[in-house]
Design a binder for this molecule. Structure first.
Ligand code: DAH
Length: 342
């Protein structure tokens, strides 16, 4: 056999391998060319008798034939195998002794858990759930809450403004206005959701956070109701030994206003790193609804009174789960979230 003939044989062999449509046909091609009684051993045998000048070229072509054909056979075999696996799933062997496939299960996020638990607790006090948009009007977020444009309280709540003049709400308090605009008293609602402020992110601040708002309006609501209900909530959420402390404060939409703290549940009020040695952890603001707000929504300030409060959800989650950095709640690190999953 001449060198040129070996070259031609290689082309034929490759073409046959390409044309083979089943693994059995591929196997036949392999046997025909590479098998013990196939073409290649014969060529190798013939090398010995070939004229010395021809030998190197013959040897090289014979090697190429072996190499290229083996590679092609292998790729074709893989391709055919995956094509059959894809089309004939039924042929797959079912082995009942193998362990089942494990799927990672999700869990409720700590922020969702605090919100759902709060809603459940306030439900026992007769509160129903209300909702409002994240994109608010300036009127609902500020003016109707007795915070006119020149009021200094606006400075601490700078936010993201849209070209339309609307804004991303800085607090859930505008839901109070929307609820009172839409129905007559009495109202007893709780509203949870996202809030936005132009804050630089650090261990305790985030430009995007969550609040829970509560509003109770009726004929004879007093500050005692507020204290009692918030204390009930604190004890149901954090444990029966938690105490609640109220401090005088200012909010434009409540009069009088308070800020309130929970006793630190880590050190039980003794003072630790979590509560900055004070024994108390600040939760948010509250107060008696300002009569000016009632007038804005068309309620008779002489006929009704009400209390309102805000809760910082991240703050509650941080003390409940002993976190020292708010960013842990947003990183979406599964290793962290799995530790908190119930
Ligand atoms: N919206 C206030 C804030 O974000 C919290 C707050 C204070 C809510 C007093 C209230 C309230 O409903 O009565 O700082």
């Amino acid at each position: 056999m001449k060198a040129a003939e070996i070259l031609a044989l290689k082309e034929t062999a490759l073409a046959e391998a390409r044309a083979a449509g089943t693994s059995a046909q591929l196997e036949q091609v392999r046997i025909k060319y590479l098998g013990r009684k196939g073409c290649l051993p014969k060529i190798m045998e013939g090398l010995k008798e070939a004229p010395p000048a021809e030998r190197p070229a013959m040897g090289r072509y014979a090697n190429e034939l072996k190499q290229e054909l083996s590679e092609l056979l292998e790729t074709r075999r893989d391709a055919l195998a995956s094509a059959t696996a894809a089309t004939s799933g039924a042929a797959e062997v079912f082995d009942p002794t193998l362990p089942g496939r494990w799927r990672a299960l999700g869990a409720r996020h700590p922020i969702s858990r605090v919100i759902e638990d709060a809603i459940r607790i306030f439900d026992t006090l007769g509160f129903s759930v209300a909702d409002g948009p994240d994109i608010e009007t300036e009127y609902h977020n500020f003016d109707a809450l007795n915070t006119p444009e020149d009021h200094p309280a606006r400075d601490t709540q700078d936010t993201f403004w849209l070209e339309s003049g609307q804004l991303l709400r800085t607090q859930t308090s505008p839901v109070q206005i929307r609820v009172m605009e839409s129905r007559p008293p009495p109202v007893r609602v709780i509203a949870a959701g996202r809030c936005y402020r132009r804050d630089t992110t650090d261990a305790t601040h985030s430009a995007n956070f969550h609040q829970i708002e509560g509003l109770y309006v009726n004929t004879r609501v007093s500050l005692a109701d507020l204290k009692g209900d918030l204390t009930w909530f604190a004890q149901r959420l954090m444990g029966p030994e938690v105490k609640v402390r109220f401090r005088p404060h200012f909010f434009p939409f409540t009069e009088p206003s308070v800020e309130y703290d929970f006793s630190c549940h880590l050190c039980r009020g003794k003072g630790c790193r979590m509560c900055k040695q004070s024994g108390w952890i600040e939760i948010s603001g509250a107060g008696m609804v300002n009569p000016k707000v009632f007038a804005k929504v068309g309620y008779d300030p002489e006929a009704v009174t009400g209390y309102a409060f805000g809760l910082g959800v991240e703050r509650l989650a941080m003390i409940r789960y002993g976190l020292d950095d708010i960013r842990l709640l947003y990183d979406n690190d599964k290793r962290f979230l799995e530790q908190l999953a119930q």
